[in-house]
Write a protein that binds this ligand. Structure first.
Ligand SMILES: Nc1nc2c(c(=O)[nH]1)N[C@H]1C(S)=C(S)[C@@H](COP(=O)(O)O)O[C@H]1N2
Ligand SMILES: [Mo]
Length: 515
């Protein structure tokens, strides 16, 4: 009977089509539910997929993303990770829908019970495999099961025995519902994940506040450039993963191991009762474009690394250490640099924010941002040198930072004068002078500089930026403004341009000013 078999085929296709849509919607609400429960933490089911995406992305693509895309690259990577996770859950949901139907036909339970139960269980199992977190797993299972239950066909008020067999109108309603649930989950999840940061001792906070005030008093009056101390929330972040580790101060330990006389493990309370210092320190990322702003300064609360290393009695053939972090990041660099480093647990008068390495990060004065390892967990003294995370990908990020004068703002005054300004930084060499040319580099004038911080207030001598400004009356037409810094050793910032990869951008910043 051809018409009958045709009907069967149509019915099959419809069931397959609506099943695929229901599986996709179930996956969307499952992932959203996990976010509502976990927020941006490693318990969110997207976290391991995100880490997988980052580690399997070829170095050349990563370099492009860092150099050319910056924040946008991070957002794209996040979206790819979310899409892949939803895809993974959808495939599993698809099998679970079929399995649920088969199960119902074998057992005396209706499909509209069997399918939601099996889909819910499958989502929970997948979440457990991915993140091993029961709350997150329940967060995926409940909304997915509910969605499948709602999708179970009801004709004329009676529940269809066939299970998922949604009409087009029903599918539309479910799609709307799933996206609505996604938005609500996003809002709930975004509000979580704070509150794990400890209060700093009040006296440490007072020291930090005093240094912030002092910096504010030293600032030049220039519109459009950042202050001398960056707010923690505005301080740039660069991470290998889009989802930061969650480590409480009580859970944190640091192990000093490898080629040492005796290993030991330090707790947070051991650390903060050490030789605590408060001071300015500037970080700059090796991956930033010449005139970009992956450069910030904060007031850190920290203890020196040297006595902590000394306590273990470091040996080994290379005079070098590998530092490991909770996000799988690692760096290797000389003991000599480590011995001038700090372990920071406070930033601008509060506990170190999660984005900046809560509860403890390294600060290695004068070196590129990448060796300032966040969420630090282990120092391993080595016998032989090994590559760090970024060295494995072709970067040379462990050397001292390049000298840079940034031109971040141009202000035109009513009287016809023009002001240019920005920040300058040269690591532990310090900034001595900033010079400005308004004729393309033929002649140079000294710019006004913000007063240098007292080295006693800086973690790492002179390792803090300064502000500069220059105001003049330009002739009508175009002026080519060029800016360069001279560091504390008297070296002029090199003129030659180089791109960030592999050793950091350098060269003079040039800008055409037209009046
Ligand atoms: N554990 C860990 N530490 C890390 C990174 C990272 O991805 N993981 N990124 C590094 C890089 S490349 C830079 S530039 C600095 C940035 O520090 P910030 O995010 O606090 O500004 O952290 C460094 N420390
Ligand atoms: Mo970096």
């Amino acid at each position: 009977m051809p018409s009958n078999s045709l009907r069967t085929v149509i019915a099959r296709v419809r069931w397959a089509g609506s099943r695929a849509i229901v599986a996709l919607l179930a996956a969307i609400v499952a992932v959203a539910g996990s976010f509502a429960v976990s927020g941006r933490t490693p318990s969110f089911v997207v976290a391991p997929v995100d880490a997988f995406v980052v580690t399997t992305t070829p170095a050349i693509v990563l370099t492009f993303a860092i150099e050319q895309l910056g924040r946008l690259g991070e957002t794209l990577a996040s979206l790819v990770a979310v899409a892949l996770t939803i895809g993974l859950f959808a495939v599993v949901a698809q099998f679970a829908l079929v399995g649920g139907k088969t199960l119902s036909s074998r057992l005396p339970i209706p499909a509209w019970v069997g399918q939601p139960a099996v889909v819910g269980a499958a989502m929970a199992l997948l979440a457990l495999l991915l993140v091993g977190d029961v709350a997150s797993a329940v967060g995926t299972a409940v909304p997915a099961a509910m969605l499948v239950a709602l999708a179970s066909g009801r004709s004329g008020g009676s529940v269809s025995a066939a299970g998922v067999d949604a009409s087009r109108r029903q599918l539309l309603a479910l799609t709307g519902g799933a996206f609505g649930f996604g938005i609500v989950s996003y809002a709930i999840g975004s509000r979580r994940s704070s509150g794990l940061e400890r209060d700093l001792e009040t006296d440490l906070e007072a020291d930090a506040t005093a240094l912030s005030k002092q910096a504010a008093d030293m600032e030049l009056a220039v519109d459009g450039i950042p202050g001398l101390v960056s707010e923690s929330s505005a301080f740039f972040t660069v991470d290998i993963n889009n989802i930061d580790p969650v480590i409480t101060a009580d859970d944190w330990t640091l192990t000093v191991t490898g080629e040492v006389d005796s290993d030991y493990t330090l707790t947070y309370d051991d650390l903060v009762t050490g030789d605590v210092r408060t001071g300015y320190n500037t970080l700059r990322c090796v991956g930033e474009q010449l005139n970009a702003d992956l450069l910030d300064n904060a007031v850190w609360t920290a203890v020196p690394v040297a006595p902590l290393l000394e306590r273990a009695g470091p040996g080994g053939g290379c005079e070098c250490v590998r530092v490991q972090a909770a996000d799988g990041y690692f760096q290797q660099f000389p003991l000599a640099a480590m011995e001038r480093g700090y372990l920071a647990f406070g930033m601008n008068g509060t506990a170190l924010p999660r984005a900046h390495g809560h509860p403890v990060r390294l600060l290695i004065p004068g070196h590129w941002g990448e060796i300032n390892v966040k969420w630090v967990t282990e120092f391993e003294v080595l016998e032989e040198e090994v590559d760090g995370y970024w060295e494995e990908r072709g970067w040379h990020g462990t050397g001292p930072v390049n000298t840079i004068a940034k031109l971040w703002t141009t202000n035109e005054f009513d009287d016809g004068r023009v002001q240019v300004g920005g920040h300058a930084y040269a690591g532990t060499r310090g900034i001595e002078t900033v010079e400005v040319s308004t004729d393309g580099g033929d002649s140079w004038t000294t710019a006004e500089l913000s007063e240098a911080f007292d080295p006693a207030d800086v973690l790492g001598d002179r390792d803090a930026w300064r502000q500069w400004q220059y105001t003049w009356e330009p002739p009508a037409g175009d002026s080519e403004v060029v800016v360069r810094a001279i560091d504390g050793t008297g070296d002029i910032q090199p003129e030659e341009k180089s791109s960030p990869f592999p050793s950091g951008s350098s060269g003079w910043v040039r800008e055409t000013v037209s009046v």
